[in-house]
Design a protein around this ligand. Structure first.
Ligand SMILES: [Zn+2]
Length: 135
């Protein structure tokens, strides 16, 4: 079975970020459209959602690897800032477990303090203002 799939996929483009995005978008639109009572909106949404899914599969089985690769690169370039934003939010959430983030009262510089050290005096590395915080 595995060999059969491998043979079918030989020379074909396969999965990439754009395909995953299209599939998720398509499913979200299809299920979202089902929530509408309006027949026109729900059938249009259904159609649009399935077009996303079909396009995703078209890309998956496409033999024009260079073109699909270029599409994916364009997609990644266009979404670079959005993806960076989400990575940053994720990183901040991760850091919040281990660190407290304070803002310097003098210059508004963000200062990262490890948690669980009790009351400490914080010295801003930028403007040397000192202030007392519980970590
Ligand atoms: Zn400061």
């Amino acid at each position: 079975m595995k060999e059969k799939i491998a043979r079918v996929m030989q020379g074909r483009y396969g999965v990439d970020s754009l395909s995953k995005f299209l599939l998720v978008c398509g499913l979200v639109v299809v299920f979202g459209a089902a929530l509408f009572d309006n027949v026109l909106i729900s059938s249009l949404g259904n159609l649009l959602g399935w077009l996303f899914v079909i396009y995703c599969y078209f890309r998956l089985f496409s033999r024009n690897v260079a073109k699909r690769y270029a599409e994916n690169q364009a997609f990644l370039a266009k979404t670079y800032k959005i993806r960076c934003f989400f990575y940053r939010q994720k990183d901040i959430l991760k850091q919040r477990r281990v660190y407290h983030i304070y803002q310097c009262p003098g210059c508004k510089q963000k200062i990262r303090i490890p948690r669980g050290k009790g009351k400490i005096e914080v010295r801003c590395p930028k403007c040397s203002t000192t202030f007392i915080k519980k970590s």
